[in-house]
Design a protein. Structure first.
Length: 232
């Protein structure tokens, strides 16, 4: 509003400094994830870790089995029901394993499951399993047809797991086919096995015919065995 100045006229007061614009509001704090989402995320990671640790796995590729036409990788391992202990021998030649280790094909005995020895006996049907119901059923099916084919080398390999638990399973099921214990998973890795049941089929001499990655019934198994007996 104008006021009377000292010279008897209405004067406008000298304009004061321009008012400063209001300061901008402080930036909003970064959005925080809700505690529910955080808990769900942690729970998911824990579930993945549990599944990884409790599923049959190897350090190599996922389950695909051996390529048809390739030779059976050599191995020698303790039989589960024997007193022999230790990791499987997968050495292919002198010096290819730990110092002083002989090639796997040369390691034989009453307490040893040896792939080279199996292939010398005839066609090979080799099942990989863990103490789980579907895997045990597959070995049951092999045991059921085994007496019909005395010229075929049936065997099973328990991958890792507790040795006493493997022995319990073998005894409870009454399996007569030889069952080896692959304590550190080296044989499963060599045979590209990451799940069970898995069965490797090979002709006499050890040339691979193929691999089954699912639970096979007795009729299908008999057909595969007859094919092996006819030869490549």
């Amino acid at each position: 509003m104008s006021e009377r100045g000292p010279f008897g006229v209405h004067e406008r007061p000298e304009p004061g400094p321009e008012p400063r614009p209001p300061a901008p509001p402080p930036p909003a704090p970064p959005a925080r994830h809700s505690s529910v989402a955080w808990i769900l995320g942690v729970a998911t990671l824990l579930a993945i870790a549990y599944i990884t640790l409790n599923t049959l796995r190897t350090e190599g590729p996922g389950s695909r089995g051996l390529d048809a036409g390739t030779p059976l990788p050599p191995f020698a391992m303790p039989l589960a029901l024997s007193s022999l202990t230790g990791d499987a021998n997968v050495a292919t030649r002198p010096g290819s394993g730990p110092e002083g280790q002989r090639p796997a094909c040369e390691v034989r005995g009453a307490d040893v499951l040896n792939s080279c020895e199996l292939a010398e006996r005839g066609p090979v049907v080799l099942a990989f399993f863990a103490p789980q119901e579907p895997c045990e059923k597959q070995v049951d099916a092999l045991e059921a047809i085994r007496p019909s084919y005395p010229d075929v080398a049936f065997a099973a390999v328990a991958i890792r797991g507790d040795r006493d638990e493997v022995r319990r399973v073998v005894r409870e099921h009454g399996w007569k086919l030889p069952v080896g214990h692959d304590e550190d998973g080296a044989v499963a890795n060599a045979y590209a096995v990451a799940l069970c049941p898995t069965i490797t089929f090979a002709y006499e001499g050890g040339r691979v015919d193929g691999t089954s990655l699912r639970l096979e019934g007795e009729s299908t198994l008999r057909a595969r065995v007859e094919r092996l007996r006819r030869g490549p």
